[in-house]
Design a binder for this molecule. Sequence first.
Ligand SMILES: *Cc1c(COP(=O)(O)O)cnc(C)c1O
Length: 355
Amino acid sequence: MSGLTLTIDTDAWRAHQRAVVEQTPGIIPVAKGNGYGFGLARLAEEAAALDVPTLAVGVPGEVAAVRDHFDGDIVILQPWRPFDARAVELARDPRVISTVSRLDDLEVLGNLGGGVRPRVVLEVLTSMRRHGLSTADLAGAEAASGLVEIEGWTIHLPLHSAATEAEARTLADRAVDAFRAPVWLSHVPAATAQAISGELSAQGEPLRARLRIGTELWLGQRSAYATSATVLDLHEVSRGERVGYHQHRAPGDGWVVVVAGGTANGVGMEAPTSGTTMRSKAISVATGAMEAAGRALSPYTLAGKKRMFLEPPHMQSSMVFLPHGSTPPQVGDQVPVEVRMTTALFDDVVTGRTG
Ligand SMILES: *Cc1c(COP(=O)(O)O)cnc(C)c1O
């Protein structure tokens, strides 16, 4: 392994995935963005091994990364728009399900021509107020159902609370009243999805609620993956000596430790869980204090502790200060680094032990 590295304990990771899938009938795994740190192709392979019928991606451009690794249906979460040429092309693909959030778009899709009948899920506007058909527009589904294949309704709620739980029920009822189709939910507990399935099914033929899950499925078992970085170089310095692009002074006697991982890898100025409040972060950013003092806590652990950056991360490496009094690492060692998995880009992904 070398560089910014993700190590996956595949047995533990897959056992967790299977447990989530068992608890969540009708689950739709979500693979989008950087593939939650694992990469889209890898997640598509995992979804295939889980034997689920449907995989979700975020945007049209992500379909290509998963389609050769997963045989089932692929739903695109970001609503379809007529000005996105890639989305228009994909709407003709029998394996692809487009999300539609405006009646105007539904009409365009229904008239694509060439004998295609696009597969769609219709998004309902929620208290997120991001995308979706308003209550008044729900009735349009019935009319469109002759031209497109309506696979379901989609309801994407804000983060879970008692209020969103009630909202999920109300919106699911309204949508199914307007057109009877399965309801695809996001960000509600599996038990809620099950209860909604039961309620909707009681009113007619069975209708399964389906839950789209990313974070809990891929990242829910923290011990199943570990992140580390290679020590690329090491230099002893005395207090006050100048270092780095910015030529800040070393804060004490110790070592400049050059570690893999920089802005291009998604390594930020501060450790994601450094406990700093939003307010103090805002103040540091506003005053330039972090930069000037070079005193931001880094996400790298050296000799058992997170250490300070000597200056902001470079593109593919970072300079961290280790004071005298601890044993320095050696060039070539892997050291722990904490990264935000949804923004990390790893140089290397390996399988192995994580503990
Ligand atoms: C990203 C996304 C999800 C998955 O969210 P997680 O919090 O990662 O589980 C579910 N539904 C929609 C519509 C999304 O865009």
